[in-house]
Write a protein that binds this ligand. Structure first.
Ligand SMILES: Nc1ncnc2c1ncn2[C@@H]1O[C@H](COP(=O)(O)OP(=O)(O)OP(=O)(O)O)[C@@H](O)[C@H]1O
Ligand SMILES: [Mg+2]
Length: 244
């Protein structure tokens, strides 16, 4: 577990979302963040998503699973607003929904240092000044095991470290919804579990809702959260993992 001191230093409190753990079939009183209604997406002749209906609520930790090509990345990019869907609608349940994304291909700037990549996440509406941002970034770097690499060029890092940097970059601006696309594919189980624990901390203590895509259903079953399972662009299951 993270020490309280570190966790406080990581803090941001943009959203005041009350969250509740809900069982499938019971009244869901957690506030709605985002709703996809009958969303479909095609790339030219390829139909990547078909008629998706999905609600994301405050406090949700949702794993999007499915085989390669099932439509996970497409769904996450639609949720983050990166990709407008071909059909269907997306509605926001709160005024100030702020979504950040960890891309499958990370989209880090290879020839800059880790620190300079992370500096791009400095949002002056979240941090009082540069010093406060640097303090939070440093503490977060220690928690993620990236601290010793802050001055290294991204191009010199292994895949696991790059993924951690990309996750930090998405957390630092203080989103209330994080979408992470295969964020631990280059990490072993121990590091994946540690990362899950950090994100679960943010989820329960900082009201951060999370959507995490993974092709590895067995892996994500080891963690607690909801599951949304895609098969060939169709959402075949959405609910608590314990009901599968
Ligand atoms: N830019 C694109 N142009 C054309 N087809 C695309 C594009 N991006 C994705 N596709 C196709 O859309 C479908 C869904 O792709 P998507 O990347 O969303 O799946 P995925 O579940 O994320 O797969 P993976 O596990 O391999 O990352 C696939 O058939 C894919 O080939
Ligand atoms: Mg993908």
């Amino acid at each position: 577990m993270m020490k309280d001191q570190s966790s406080a230093a990581l803090g941001f409190n943009k959203s005041k979302i009350r969250s509740f753990t809900q069982e499938q079939g019971t009244l869901n009183t957690a506030p709605l963040l985002l709703e996809l209604s009958n969303v479909s997406h095609s790339y030219a002749t390829v139909s990547a998503l078909k008629g998706i209906n999905l609600q994301i609520r405050g406090g949700d930790f949702i794993f999007v699973t499915g085989a390669s090509g099932a439509g996970k990345s497409t769904l996450l990019s639609i949720i983050s607003g990166e990709l407008p869907p071909s059909h269907g609608s997306i509605s926001h349940g709160i005024d100030k929904l702020f979504v950040t994304q960890v891309f499958q291909e990370l989209k880090l700037i290879d020839n800059l240092s880790v620190k300079d990549n992370l500096r791009m996440a400095h949002d002056p509406t979240v941090y009082k000044n540069d010093n406060e941002f640097m303090e939070v970034m440093t503490e977060m770097g220690k928690v993620f095991g990236v601290y010793d690499a802050l001055h290294r060029k991204v191009s010199s890092l292994n895949g696991g470290l790059k993924q951690k940097v990309a996750i930090m970059r998405a957390l630092l601006p203080g989103p209330n919804l994080l979408v992470a696309d295969e964020p631990t594919s280059a990490l072993d189980f121990e590091s994946t579990k540690k990362l899950y624990d950090v994100l679960a901390y943010y989820n329960s203590k900082r009201a951060l809702s999370i959507v995490w895509a993974s092709h590895n259903r067995e892996l994500v079953r080891k963690f607690s959260g909801k599951m949304a399972h895609l098969e060939k662009g169709i959402l075949v299951y959405s609910g608590h993992a314990c009901f599968i």
